[in-house]
Design a protein around this ligand. Structure first.
Ligand code: NAD
Ligand code: ZN
Ligand code: ZN
Length: 238
């Protein structure tokens, strides 16, 4: 017997079967929930989850955290390439733990006694990210091609106060979940297959020489929001 596919485990964990679906639209296939999904087919769409739950590819499921409804086959198609988490297409609520495709590397943390502009007398947390160039894997945009780690080691700074320590804790978790960097085209340099920042902003400068430094009173709160958008919040830490 075939093992349960990762995407089916995810669906069993984060969805419930809806017995009598309302006449509403599935926002993935834009078709009524009372009609079969556009993704229905014999071999693929009817997964282990659907058989376990006792329905076919025209089944409808409810996401457990946000209550939004979709065709099972549509959700299943959506999570196929990211079977650790399910992000609701309607409201972005994350079910499960989102992991990225950040290449292997190291994150090191030290403290320095110097204080950042806008945060006097607390000293500074200095993060060093080190990633080397390599070959892209199956979860990268162009598997088998090289990727280029440009501008490493990269240094980033946080005030060594309560909120700075909280952001550091979240960044460590984001690093563990491989969310801090990704591979793509660098907006700044235009270089393809480059290791780039992944929507979690870092202060790589001490002062605002290129706009990536201090002072910036809203930076720590903004970063906490960016982390939360990736599903990294205080309540998700163990
Ligand atoms: P990118 O240009 O694709 O942009 C992705 C995000 O990173 C954007 O939100 C952008 O605003 C932000 N960003 C761009 N430059 C940044 C910088 N210097 N510091 C902090 N955030 C920055 O991202 P990328 O290709 O990863 O980085 C852009 C360039 O910055 C690269 O050429 C890299 O070499 C250079 N860089 C150097 C260092 C260093 O310490 N030497 C540190 C960070 C970035
Ligand atoms: Zn659908
Ligand atoms: Zn939702």
């Amino acid at each position: 017997r075939a093992p349960i596919a990762a995407e089916d485990q995810l669906l069993v964990q984060h969805t419930n079967v809806v017995q009598s679906p309302p006449d509403e639209m599935c926002s993935i296939c834009m078709w009524s929930l009372q009609e079969p999904s556009g993704f229905s087919d014999e071999d693929e769409a009817v997964g282990v989850a659907s058989r376990m739950a006792g329905f076919g590819s025209d089944g409808v499921v409810r996401l457990v955290l946000c209550d939004h409804l979709f065709h099972l086959a549509c959700v299943r198609q959506m999570v196929k390439n990211s079977p650790q988490y399910l992000e609701c297409p309607n409201c972005k609520t994350l079910h499960g733990e989102k992991h990225g495709n950040q290449p292997n590397g190291h994150m090191n943390v030290t403290t320095v006694s110097h204080s950042l502009p806008g945060y006097p007398n607390c000293g500074t947390i200095q993060i060093t990210y080190n990633i080397s160039s390599g070959i892209q894997g199956p979860d990268h945009p162009r598997p088998g091609r090289p990727y280029h780690a440009i501008g490493f080691p990269r240094m980033a700074y946080l005030p060594n106060n309560q909120k700075g320590k909280t952001v550091l804790k979240m960044l460590k978790e984001a690093w563990r979940r491989r969310l801090v960097f990704t591979i793509g085209t660098s907006v700044t340099t235009g270089i393809q297959d480059a290791v780039t920042w992944n929507e979690i902003h870092h202060k790589t400068e001490w002062t605002n020489f290129n706009g990536h430094g201090y002072p910036d009173p809203s930076y720590l709160d903004n970063t906490l929001k960016e982390l939360a958008r990736h599903g990294v919040t205080e309540t998700t830490l163990v």
